[in-house]
Design a protein around this ligand. Structure first.
Ligand code: DP6
Length: 321
């Protein structure tokens, strides 16, 4: 095959990945756990172009150059090396995620690219191999290969892949507070955290524990424990990031107002828990039967979208692209 199309969805970590042990192999400091969403997908077609002298990258119909193109080329170089094929490629992506809004577009983007490129270059990879490859593009992409809920182990180059984990059915209410560009990328902010945050070691050890607790809460089907671990881990990540020099503040006043509102909802008997990535948007988990009431309570803070656990990376027929 010389052309293939794949689709993947973003994921939101309930136990966060924040920091790398090896930035070439993209090995994380700790394991993490996430829910894959069922909306905001990225659909990517990779077509080998034997005549071309360079890769070509289009995002939402616009030709992209500079750093994003270099990142795609660097990623395709890995695929070419594995496949023993030198041909360049045209990559056409349609991204329904608000890019750089803290909704992890690089996760769906590199998961879709990993699957489409591996097919276009005739590699026969199983989901663990696709996850390992996606990791090289963006850490969080490792998990978007997997449907519903994923655990990504820290591991080494071979074992640092994501796999499915059973968790109770839940909904994720995404509150988009500000869909504009964030000030500093998670990649840069992770480096600054490791170099300057005095809380980094505590972050690493507490996240290792949080992941073990999360695995046992999932095995027990215990939504309350899952929620508590999720919210605590997110706020610890933000505390660690805020302690950088110079400091980094991803959470906006409205983000904090949502965390407070979610606590009030719990006090009034509606169980929900909040998390936030490297941006001001807040994602709230709730049991399926509570999701509408939770979403209704959050509309005053921004645009609200309720999502269910979604599919892993999948290949599409040409007609679906
Ligand atoms: C806060 O995966 O975007 O969303 O590996 O450098 O590409 P790179 O970073 P990225 O970081 C995601 C950070 C996070 C937490 C998470 O998804 O676990």
């Amino acid at each position: 095959m010389t052309k293939a199309t794949a689709r993947a969805y973003p994921n939101i970590a309930l136990v966060k990945y924040w920091g790398k042990r090896d930035s070439t192999l993209m090995l994380p400091l700790t394991g993490s756990m996430s829910m894959t969403l069922d909306d905001f997908p990225t659909t990517t077609t990779v077509e080998r172009t034997p005549e071309a002298a360079a890769d070509h990258f289009e995002l939402n119909g616009e030709v992209i150059e500079g750093e994003p193109l270099r990142r795609v080329t660097k990623f395709l170089d890995l695929v070419r090396e594995q496949a023993g094929i030198r041909e360049f490629a045209a990559v056409r992506s349609k991204n329904e995620v608000p890019t750089a809004a803290g909704l992890a577009s690089s996760a769906s983007g590199f998961a879709a690219l990993a699957l489409a490129a591996s097919k276009a270059y005739d590699l026969s990879l199983d989901p663990a191999d696709v996850s390992r490859l996606a990791r090289r593009g963006s850490g969080s992409a490792t998990r978007s290969v997997i449907p519903h809920f994923a655990v990504w182990r820290a591991g080494d180059d071979e074992t640092s892949v994501a796999e499915a984990i059973d968790a109770p059915d839940m909904r994720m209410i995404v509150v988009v507070v500000n869909a504009g560009n964030k000030e500093i990328s998670s990649r840069e902010a992770m480096k600054r955290t490791a170099l300057t945050s005095p809380f980094n070691d505590a972050w690493v050890s507490s996240t290792e524990q949080a992941l073990e607790s999360m695995m046992s809460a999932c095995a027990d089907n215990d939504f309350t424990r899952i929620g508590r671990i999720t919210e605590t881990n997110a706020l610890r990540m933000h505390a660690t990031i805020q302690a950088c020099d110079p400091p980094i503040l991803y959470l906006a006043p409205t983000s904090l107002a949502i965390f407070n509102k979610v606590r009030e909802l719990r006090e009034s008997g509606l169980e929900a828990y909040a998390t936030a990535d490297a941006g001001p948007n807040v994602c709230v988990i709730a049991r399926p039967e509570d999701a509408d009431a939770v979403a209704a309570a959050l509309v005053e803070f921004g645009s609200v979208r309720t999502m269910a656990p979604g599919p892993g990376a999948e290949l599409l027929a040409d007609s679906e692209a």
